[in-house]
Write a protein that binds this ligand. Sequence first.
Ligand code: ADP
Ligand code: MG
Length: 623
Amino acid sequence: MTHAETLAFTTETSQLLNLMIHSLYSNREVFLRELVSNASDALDKLRFEGYREPALLDGGGELRIEVECDPVAHTVTVRDNGIGMSRQEVIANIGTIARSGTAEFMRALQEAQTQDARLIGQFGVGFYSAFIVADRVTLTTRRAGRPDDEGVRWQSAGEGEYTLEAVAAPRGTEIVLHLRDDAHEFADAWRLKSIIRTYSDHITFPVRMPAAKPDDATAAEPAWETVNQATALWARPRSEITQAEYDAFYQQLSYDSQPPLAQLHSRIEGTHEYTALLFVPSAEPFDLWDRERRHGVRLYVKRVFIMDDAAHLLPAYLRFVRGVIDADDLPLNVSREILQGSKTVDSIRAGVTRRVLGLLEDMAREEPEKYLRFWGLFGRVLKEGVVEDHANRERIAGLLRFSSTRQTEPAVSLADYVARMKDGQKAIYYLTADSVAAAAASPHLEALRARDVEVLLLGDRIDEWLVGSLPQFDGKPLQSVAKADLKLDELPPAQNAPPAVDDADWASTLSALQTALADVVEAVRLSDRLTESAACLVAGSHAMSGTLERLLKSAGQALPANKRVLEINPRHALLARVKAGADAEHIDDWARLLYEQALLAEGGQLEQPAQFVQRMNRLLLGG
Ligand code: ADP
Ligand code: MG
């Protein structure tokens, strides 16, 4: 018999355990879901590796999970005959937390002030939930393919250290929980069975418990009964599945505590045959913006689990979708590398993408309120599709929703916009800014407001790229109202059209301003778009908008000089002052001030704010 060796948890693991044990009080029963889910993963892995190396499956009988309890000793045992772990794997997987979700989880625990243990599963730290109910955990495991005596026993009280010991063990993993005094209630077969039915009904392997013995029990009676459904839900006909079953399946898969917003279940037959059971969540997953996220769509081949988060099965802009794709035509030994170049996968992805877009289109048409909820959650992600997916661009464009000068809530579709365009209006007008509120306050809108023409207000970071990839919708070009080439004469005339201005009258003022601002603007000219503001900056048709310039700068990009055109409003009182003093000593100050206020009004930042203040004070005092 070898001696047990004592090892220390990594600091992060200790902190996590401590936090978890002391802060999660409600729904403590999820520990069982986590352990059963790990057992099921271990069986999946064994079955998968077994296709390449059949000897791994030798002995051990049917793949299954067993759950037992002892009300006298206050223990709960979860056992599987899956892949098991080697000594190194135990240290790496159980003694260390090297996962990206950990830090997120600790933050969520501290910030959300939640005591709900159901949080755990999302973050990939499920094993440790054992310590919510146990003050000592014994894990005995042997890796498939290793000799009988190469088992490992791991034990810990969850307080900074654990012991490891070499033992003889059957293939797979057995976990014994020694329940805390306040958790003895879990050593109850009836209770455990009901927890399994709630959380683990759709695990594809049987979960067995010792059968309750009738009074006149004889030895011939079967010792174990299967307590879960143990079938692949997606393989059953739709008509036989209740919504409650779909919801439970989704929740098991995604660890979401709410039912999904929408689902799609179809069997596709044709060149490639596959089944897709996909869900749109009703809450934003914490890792939506994490490129290395772990949860997503699971790939099965003929009911055999192949891999989690198979990125190639759906485009990145649908990464909020959760679910299962079960393909008939892929080899069972498929790897991520093979998936990447596979024609079958390309065709499945194209088909599934069309179906998800169809699901969203149906929702938008039949349940517009629900669709707006979807849009609020995942709209920013879906927008990436306009940039990335050329083949489906028109369809995705149809799903977009925007705020506009008519409606602050982001509920305006491009089709709505087109339907209420003015007579003679040829383009779909939009304005990008750092936020919708900033766009709504921009001087660029004044001329359009005066003509009662609706303008879409775009305030997400992605919007610049979105409009850059969407030259037109329904035959109507998209046109920025912050561009120099805005053609107002195509539009209906403004109400209370302002009196005409004599251009010649302004020639010397314009040239004085132009000289003063030669280093920052391309030209200065009279504006017919401003009604209230004194000045604004517009981009030449090939120059960058101010929003894009700011975005690129904040991303650390070095930019070529991007000079725009300064438009001034000749009817503004400030300009009358400037004109009267065009040759005077303050013309430089006036020119800068006009330029800087145009920059501020569109949400930009001044390069030299202190000089702006000095200049303004000089003008206030001097004038
Ligand atoms: P996750 O399941 O999200 O990876 P867990 O904390 O639940 O996170 O488990 C950590 C790791 O421990 C697993 O990824 C797996 O490698 C290993 N593990 C846990 N339980 C088992 C088991 N029953 N059989 C084999 N490996 C296991
Ligand atoms: Mg787990």
